[in-house]
Design a protein around this ligand. Structure first.
Ligand code: BES
Ligand code: ZN
Length: 459
């Protein structure tokens, strides 16, 4: 078998691969919104059919939520599992999209050719990079590179409620030598990356109720407790003036960056002025004594993701609201314990409540951070393979986002996760006008062919 021949086939097949991706992007598989349940099923069916076309024994597997797609193919060499997610984020605010998010298209822009549409980068475009690499492999050699398991999820963007039960029930089936996860990014457009650190995530929603109904703010203003005021004060107190989070015990389990990693990251020459400049900002806003890369990859955060209450419609209404709401998330690092932080946060909020106020909490996802061992020689083999494809050598990097399944592989199926992806910082994940660069897609497919080749040879 010749890797060059597979790479040439990938180049020649790029237009068709792009059409297939556009087809998948047309399915609005928004996992968090029950109105799109049938669309999630449709995306799973699409993938089952596509994998079957590759000779993979693939099935849609029911869960209490959206289905998993699981496929197996036998072969020699290492057993590799390929994970991606076919669900996408909601599209709002829809008015900020330049086109229908589910009518994707290839666009030529000043910064190159992009595939525009919801899910292009997160994660349909990425998961199709390894499917397409497998397709080219099969077309060229008549078989797939080694023993493979495909595991594609449909609830990643909504906290993966069915994932742990499914992985626990099917632990033997989902065990492999390595779990390749394609849901992360490049370091920059020259430097490919293997992500070795992910932050954990804790979501909390709170509702503060004061008066039993909305009131006229003239009739009651001044004498009645206003829950929006109470909530604002609580939110304002979650950080001190140096940017540290004030929830008691929050920093328990937060490690200092090891010197080796600090040096490695210094070598990456992260241009924070450009990173912030791209989104109209200039000044790092995290803990004052931390470097910009530490702020994103190695420090925990507390962010308000949404806050509402009272009258927010057109015009003006003199209302003193009965309720105020907020959604708050914490990114976690090291061995921070999400459940202990949840408890401490709730206690802190409850203790801050003035008379006549009540608070109700709703917990969203809770996942710990992950730091993955790279001592397996497969990592160096994969790093070298990636370095062949991109202008500069591949780096081991951190990621500010959360991919809880990486930790589940390590814990539940004792499978080492290896996170490789080709997204870029300006892909607008979770935002309007999401895109995936054609370069990410094309070189991503080529990268997987090289990595699969390296991993099957290394074994
Ligand atoms: N693909 C992202 C994770 C990611 C974010 C990778 C940024 C690289 C850069 C993933 O789909 C995601 O968005 N995860 C959620 C967590 C999930 C539990 C809702 C996140 O990080 O907010
Ligand atoms: Zn994702």
């Amino acid at each position: 078998m010749s890797l060059d021949a597979i790479l040439s086939r990938i180049d020649a097949d790029l237009p068709q691969a792009t059409e297939r991706l556009l087809d998948l992007l047309r399915i609005p598989s928004i996992s968090t919104d029950p109105a799109y349940k049938a669309e999630c099923e449709r995306a799973a069916d699409w993938l089952v059919a596509d994998l079957r076309a590759l000779g993979v024994a693939a099935e849609k597997r029911a869960t209490p939520g959206h289905p998993m797609v699981v496929g197996h193919v036998d072969g020699d060499g290492p057993h590799l599992l390929l994970y991606g997610h076919y669900d996408v984020q909601p599209v709002d605010p829809i008015e900020l999209w330049d086109r229908d998010p589910f009518d994707p298209e290839v666009q030529d822009t000043a910064k190159g050719t992009v595939i525009r549409g919801r899910g292009a980068a997160d994660d349909k475009g990425q998961l199709m990079t390894f499917v397409e690499a497998c397709r080219a492999w099969k077309a060229e050699t008549g078989r797939l590179p080694c023993k493979l398991t495909f595991f594609l999820e449909g609830e990643e963007e909504s906290g993966s409620p069915s994932l742990v039960p499914f992985m626990t029930e099917n632990a033997d089936e989902l065990k492999a030598d390595l779990a390749l996860i394609c849901d992360t990014g490049l370091f920059d457009s020259r430097v490919p990356a293997i992500t070795t650190m992910l932050r954990g995530l804790l979501g909390e929603e709170l509702t503060i109720t004061a008066p039993s109904r909305d009131l006229h703010s003239g009739m009651y203003g001044g004498i009645a407790m206003n829950p929006v005021r109470v909530l604002s004060k609580i939110i304002a107190s979650l950080h001190d003036e140096t940017g540290r989070v004030t929830v008691p015990g929050f920093y328990d389990g937060v490690p200092e960056l090891p010197d080796e990693l600090r040096q490695q990251w210094q070598g990456l020459a992260f241009d924070h002025a450009r990173f912030l400049g791209d989104v109209g900002l200039s000044t790092p806003a995290g803990e004052q004594d931390r470097t910009p890369l530490e702020m994103i990859w190695a420090r925990p955060t507390c962010e308000v993701n949404g806050i509402w209450g009272g009258y927010t419609g057109a015009g003006f209404k003199t209302v003193l609201p009965s309720q105020a709401h907020a959604k708050i998330s914490f990114r976690l690092v090291g061995s921070q314990d999400p459940l202990a932080i949840r408890e401490s946060f709730r206690k802190m909020v409850t203790e801050m409540l003035p008379p006549d106020c009540e608070v109700e909490f709703k917990g969203h996802g809770a996942s710990t951070a992950g730091a993955f061992d790279t001592s397996d020689p497969a990592f160096e083999a994969a790093r070298q393979a990636l370095s062949q494809e991109w202008p500069d050598p591949a780096a081991y990097i951190g990621c500010g986002g959360s991919i809880p399944i990486a930790g589940h592989f390590a814990r539940i199926t004792e499978t080492t996760p290896m996170l490789i992806g080709f997204g870029k910082d300006d892909d607008q994940l979770h935002s309007p006008n999401e895109k995936y660069d054609m370069e990410s897609f094309h070189k991503g497919i080529r990268s997987w062919a090289r990595v699969l080749d390296a991993l099957t040879r290394a074994a």
